[in-house]
Design a protein around this ligand. Structure first.
Ligand code: SAM
Length: 287
């Protein structure tokens, strides 16, 4: 396990994933019913953008930093809320500064939106990042951190007693069979809990592998977001987020947000949304 999210925190891929995550959770939490949130690949939870790791790639500069520098006028509501969550987290580390000091990982964003009645389990396998994650939430009884395989957690923790769930699957794609692992985890998850909302991040490098993965999800109700950015050499230049069983109004929020992201993330950026209805009648939606 060599992947460390600290090299990539706040980059274009985080922007797409976390924008979607914040909106999904907000919409799911707007219903007066308990929710279970599972973050299968949680990372360290918090990232120091002044660290050697972050400085080595400077990826946040072409991601979150560009959005924070953009004019607020005309900013879509979902983007405003996401940026507010990022800035609010940063302010815990000192008064508002010209540059962002800390970027919140998915567990921090989830923790900021979930309600007191919701339950949250964050799995992270890397010993160092799992330790950072534990430290990040030390004494916070609302967050259960597990140094465990997130794919196993999908099997072990679904269906949840709450009967409503958001499952974020955000693997590092170090393994050559990561798409197969993801597809298997989704099969297990959906078999156990068909009405859950599943959000999956994936890189767009091997177009055939992406197409095969997406084809395996055909027939499900999905919203798929994609972001392409210009990059040098072998760097990752495109990624997607597939949302299965999106809550009501998620698509609408993303239709509004993506063109703004495209316009403000820099020249040559393109974003798109593809929505697919369920082709078979599904049980009552989990939203
Ligand atoms: C892309 S990062 C996660 C970033 C995080 N979700 C966020 O948005 O802030 C992927 C993480 O998964 C961890 N990981 C790799 N394989 C795992 C597994 N099978 N179960 C749980 N965590 C795993 C890696 O150590 C890495 O920290």
């Amino acid at each position: 396990m060599n992947y460390r999210h600290g090299f990539h925190a706040g980059n274009f891929a985080d922007v797409l994933k976390h924008l979607a995550l914040c909106e999904l959770l907000r919409l799911l939490a707007s219903k007066d019913k308990k929710l279970f949130v599972l973050d299968t690949h949680a990372g360290a939870g918090s990232y120091d953008l002044g660290s050697q790791m972050a400085a080595r790639t400077g990826e946040a500069e072409a991601g979150i930093a560009r959005l924070l520098a953009a004019p607020r006028a005309g900013m879509p509501a979902a983007v405003t809320r996401y940026l507010a969550a990022v800035s609010a987290y940063d302010r815990k580390f000192g008064p508002p500064a010209a540059a962002l000091r800390r970027y919140p990982g998915s567990p921090r964003l989830i923790r900021g939106i979930m309600r007191a009645t919701d339950r949250f389990v964050a799995c992270e396998l890397h010993p160092q990042d799992a330790l950072s994650l534990r430290r990040e939430f030390a004494g916070d009884l609302a967050v259960e951190v597990r140094q465990a395989d997130g794919y196993h957690a999908v099997k072990a923790m679904l269906p949840p007693p709450e009967r409503r769930a958001l499952v974020l699957l955000d693997p590092p794609f170090e393994a050559t069979d990561e798409f197969e692992k993801l597809a298997r985890a989704l099969r297990h998850g959906l078999r156990r809990f068909a009405t859950g909302c599943y959000a999956v991040w994936y890189p767009i490098k091997d177009e055939a592998a992406v197409a095969e993965f997406l084809a395996a999800q055909a027939g499900l109700k999905t919203v798929r977001l994609e972001l392409h950015v210009p990059v040098d050499g072998t760097k990752l230049g495109a990624c997607g987020v597939l949302v299965i069983n999106p809550p009501w109004k998620f698509e609408e929020a993303m239709v509004e947000a993506l063109p703004w992201i495209e316009a403000h993330l820099g020249p040559g950026v393109s974003a798109r949304l593809v929505a697919s209805p369920a082709t078979e009648p599904a049980p009552a939606q989990a939203s």
